[in-house]
Write a protein of this length. Structure first.
Length: 254
């Protein structure tokens, strides 16, 4: 089975290079479970990111390729595809994208994969990428893919991801010291558990302190995912009303 291609991550300071370079394609980064679908002449097999078989079922829709692997994300009851690989061919991202679009146009993939299916849009021109990068700031992030690069297994410099981070205020509920870090349990304004994060010991946080936290999203249980400590908030800077009404970003928000 093909090991999935993985992207290297950059922060906001590294984005301009890829926005301006015409050799790169930009796609919206979707927030789901990575999945690869291997389609043979009569069977569809879904694999996890680690290569384990998740399910297999008969192919009920004719596909114009004898063997093909579709790469994407499963989000709820929907499959979002962003790549197509034919084992044995060393095709570029641009070539694979054209094949994926043709397949999506000519085949009922929703029927073939037994889930509602869509294709992630690709933005080729630098002007289009720059125009859409701002509006995409309220999504999971973006992925830049080198148009001339083949699909390679594992992490690659030819796929670059930028994940948008959001900021919230939280209250320190409890603290513990472990090695050279302070383990902090966070609370929301209403006292509910907001998850935890590790903070360098030199900040000396105390129970009741209000802190700034940068995060990717909140889980379904309201806990911070991908949290990073961004400093202690001055009590003059944030008041109870701000904490109560702050807009939080949950997994899957659009």
């Amino acid at each position: 089975m093909i090991e999935p291609m993985l992207a290297k991550e950059v922060d906001i300071d590294g984005v301009d290079k890829y926005l301006d370079d015409s050799n790169w394609i930009m796609q919206e980064k979707r927030d789901g479970v990575r999945a690869l679908f291997r389609i043979s002449s009569d069977v569809v097999t879904r694999y996890s990111r680690s290569g384990e078989v998740v399910q297999a079922f008969p192919l009920e829709e004719r596909v114009p390729y004898i063997h093909v692997v579709l790469d994407g994300e499963v989000i709820g009851n929907k499959i979002v595809l962003f790549d197509l690989i034919q084992p044995g061919l060393n095709e570029s991202m641009a070539e694979r994208s054209i094949k994926l679009m043709h397949l999506y146009r000519d085949v009922d993939l929703t029927k073939a994969l037994r889930s509602h299916t869509e294709i992630v849009k690709m933005y080729v021109s630098s002007s289009k990428r720059e125009a859409l990068f701002g509006p995409l700031m309220d999504t999971e992030g973006v992925v830049f893919k080198k148009a001339a690069a083949p699909y390679t297994q594992g992490r690659s410099d030819n796929w670059i991801k930028f994940r948008h981070r959001f900021q919230m205020y939280a209250i320190v509920g409890e603290t513990n010291y472990r090695n050279k870090a302070q383990s902090v349990r966070l609370m929301h304004y209403d006292g509910s558990d907001a998850g935890g994060l590790a903070v360098p010991v030199n900040h000396g946080l105390k129970v009741g302190d209000i802190v700034k936290v940068e995060y990717l999203h909140l889980t379904n249980s309201n806990k911070v995912y991908g949290g990073k400590f961004r400093g202690k908030a001055d009590h003059l800077e944030v008041n109870p009303r701000i904490m109560k009404t702050q807009k939080l970003r949950y997994q899957g928000n659009r």
